[in-house]
Design a protein around this ligand. Structure first.
Ligand SMILES: Cc1cc2nc3c(=O)[nH]c(=O)nc-3n(C[C@H](O)[C@H](O)[C@H](O)COP(=O)(O)OP(=O)(O)OC[C@H]3O[C@@H](n4cnc5c(N)ncnc54)[C@H](O)[C@@H]3O)c2cc1C
Length: 362
């Protein structure tokens, strides 16, 4: 008999799981309270940047490296060209402007080379050749493997692909809890299934609490903006200590991001937006007059121990959340790991670090 799986949350994590599980022959229902994927996954810059994000080798870095390797096949399996989701794997830069940047870059280069990852130092002359728009007082930059994607386009494609593979996708459908009877909806409906996946981003700890599970975590607010700019101003993302710039085909450059812990508050701070824009213009002086065409806020799902939780925490209940700053990067591998957990198959990586803090994995 076909097994049923209900996924709560239709961001990039829930949608990736829905698509992968539907392709694997499960009867999938995905539920989301919002009209569409408009939370963290919609807000993200879309950097696929394990080496820029990690400061030391560890399970998160390893997971990121493995998930980065999944991206080309993930997009190919969606049946689309990389350009359809603006997938580029040209690496990302860490530029050096001062001693702090130089120390950060040197430490990064050491840890990566010790693990066989090739990072290339670009002298100011090399940099002019690769990225001529970067400010001329830049003392060089480290080019690290990585890439970028447009997460909004990815979510749209995943939703279509999951539906095509047979998944039932229901937005406008808030979940109010889950228990042995199934997943409870705000309209009183109860959906019974063999497995439930909580992939509700920053809201997962609240939903887990309703199921009697303590999952300590909190949202971390991020503000971002988009500057109008012609294609080609930058060929790849640039990641500095205080801001990053990511080119988006036909859409200019997205600039991020703040990190603020203020619960579920998504209000704007206009001064933070101005600071980010000033940082971007400092890095790329030709953006001096580039107007801000859009700005927005998203809530990153963070679990207290700083790692994602990808685990079955009770028979029939899997959690896939806490991807914090790296949920776009980690989506393909997370979906595959959820598939392995649900199907009781051996996973391709050690899942122990991604268990729920304080709870045994079942
Ligand atoms: C400003 C910013 C920049 C970022 N940049 C990057 C980046 O460059 N690279 C990267 O890899 N990551 C980045 N991230 C992180 C990434 O966006 C997140 O880790 C990822 O999107 C989390 O995906 P998710 O599906 O778990 O959560 P979300 O996208 O937040 O989706 C959760 C979904 O659950 C639904 N939901 C919640 N409660 C309920 C309920 N009770 N019933 C039904 N549905 C419910 C919500 O409506 C929502 O659609 C960034 C995040 C932010 C905020």
């Amino acid at each position: 008999m076909t097994k049923r799986i209900t996924i709560v949350g239709g961001g990039i994590i829930g949608l990736s799981c829905a698509w992968v599980m539907a392709r694997s022959g499960w009867r999938v229902t995905l539920l989301d309270g919002a009209p569409e994927a408009r939370e963290a996954s919609w807000a993200a810059a879309g950097m696929l940047a394990p080496h820029h994000e990690a400061h030391a080798p560890g399970p998160l870095w390893r997971l990121g490296v493995d998930s980065l390797a999944c991206w080309p096949g993930f997009v190919e399996d969606l049946g689309i060209a990389p350009a359809a989701v603006d997938l580029r794997l040209a690496g990302g830069l860490m530029p050096v402007f001062d001693d702090g940047d130089a120390a950060e870059v040197a430490a990064r280069e050491r840890f990566l080379s010790a693990h066989g990852i090739v990072a290339r130092w670009l002298t100011p002359t090399d940099l002019r050749h690769h990225e001529p728009a970067i400010a001329s007082d830049c003392a060089g930059a480290l080019l690290l493997p990585g890439g970028q994607v447009n997460p909004r386009l990815v979510c749209t494609r995943l939703q279509a692909a999951a539906s095509e593979a047979g998944a039932t996708i229901r937005y406008h459908t808030p979940v109010t809890g889950s228990d042995d009877a199934g997943v409870h909806l705000a309209n009183g409906e109860v959906i019974a299934s063999d497995e439930v996946v909580l992939a509700s981003g920053a809201w997962t700890p609240g939903l887990a609490a309703l199921a009697g599970i303590d999952l300590p975590g909190e949202p971390v607010k991020g503000q971002m903006l988009r500057l109008r700019a012609p294609d080609g101003v930058l060929g790849r993302f640039v990641h500095c200590q205080h801001a990053y710039l990511v080119p988006r085909a036909g859409l200019g450059l997205v600039v991020g991001a703040t990190m603020v812990t203020s619960g579920f508050d998504k209000s704007d701070d206009p001064r933070a937006i101005e600071r980010l824009a000033a940082g971007a213009r400092r890095l790329v002086p030709t953006l001096a007059d580039a107007p801000i065409v859009e700005h927005w806020t998203g809530l990153r799902p963070r679990i207290a121990h700083g790692l994602p939780v990808i685990a079955r925490i009770r028979p029939g209940l899997i959690v896939a959340t806490g991807h914090f700053r790296n949920g776009v990067l980690l989506a393909p591998l997370t979906a595959d790991l959820v598939r392995c957990i649900a199907s009781n198959q051996l996973s391709p990586c050690d899942l122990a670090p991604f268990s729920c803090p304080g709870l045994p994995t079942v």
